[in-house]
Design a protein. Sequence first.
Length: 435
Amino acid sequence: MKQHPYKIASLGIQHVLAMYAGAVIVPLIIGGALGLTGEQLTYLVSIDIMTSGIATILQVWRNKYFGIGLPIVLGCTFTAVGPIIAIGNQYGISSIYGSIIVSGLLVVLIGKYFGKLVKFFPPVVTGSVVTIIGITLVPVAMNNMAGGQGSADFGSLSNISLAFGTLLFIILLFRFSKGFVRSISILIGLIAGTVVGYFMGKVDFSAVGEASWFHMAKPFYFGMPTFEVTPIITMTLVALVSLVESSGVYFALADICGKKIEEKDLVNGYRAEGLASILGGILNSFPYTTYSQNVGLIQISGVRGNNVIYTAAAMLILIGFVPKIGAVTTVIPPSVLGGAMVAMFGMVVASGIKMLSKVEFASQENLLIIACSVGMGLGVSVVPGLFAQLPGSIRILTENGIVAGSLTAILLNILFNEVKFKQKQPIKINESKAS
């Protein structure tokens, strides 16, 4: 069914708002840790948003060489935040971008071989991975509902009321509306919550007034990249971990859209992420991966067309060039975002459970795979310091709940379902001799 342009635009805005907070917080954290100036931080935020839009187009545009063709939104991978800060502090900011470029190139080159691992991602693995992704995202929503971690009024009655009011409004709108209004219930909820937040004194427009009108992308803004072995190895590990995370999102979206993922599709998806990371290194932004929060949005809205994602990508590029437009989205109170995130992230968990419904639960092996992987993913998220004493290059694989849980699911599936152990044959006794 053909959709009107204003409907497509509204759905695109909804996707932008769903990922905007996550996309912006990464450069803010990294920029603050590396001691960037206000002007440099402004560039980092703007270029990250713009590159997210370009990276999204690379992934959605399916062709012979790259692009998986699913309604996927790309943004900076959270897995890279810690390693980037460590590399920047030890080797300098130029080494960050040298390692990002090389890791992206390696992903493009090995994507063909990584795609052959599709047999290691049956429903017991993909369902566990998607469930873990949703579970580990929920605390982000909870922190936002309370007003944002570190805020002076964290957990105040006004924040909690605004968050649950937004969530309740979205639920009621979804229950009693139909068609297009129902598909953009998240967007309407965000707008309504922001309006209420304005009258509660929680909306600050100062950032909009201070932002500039135009911002030009400058390749190698922080200087020419340098190439060090240790940072390259570290960032390559981050890239491979991101591919594991992305594989779960690919399968979740394919399930939602009713499409079957082939090995070639996975290869094209991996190559698109590699190209996006190379572009991120050149423009001095970040490595990019699929954003799972948009999966929940697609599930709720029921709109699975790529034209909506193309529109969202164009908006991200525009916001990157015009920081003042981007600043408008920052006025949404964290508690309003948190209320909406509960619904979106919860739908990611529901998608994972739906995928697990295809698993043969009579198998004790499958139950153990799910139990250990989900337990590990949740456990590492709740106790992030569990592996703090391990070497940095190993911690990349263990300190993130999504990564730890995903690797657990993959390895246990190989152990129980892929590796066939030869059992010893019972010794036969010659009855004639025995007698």
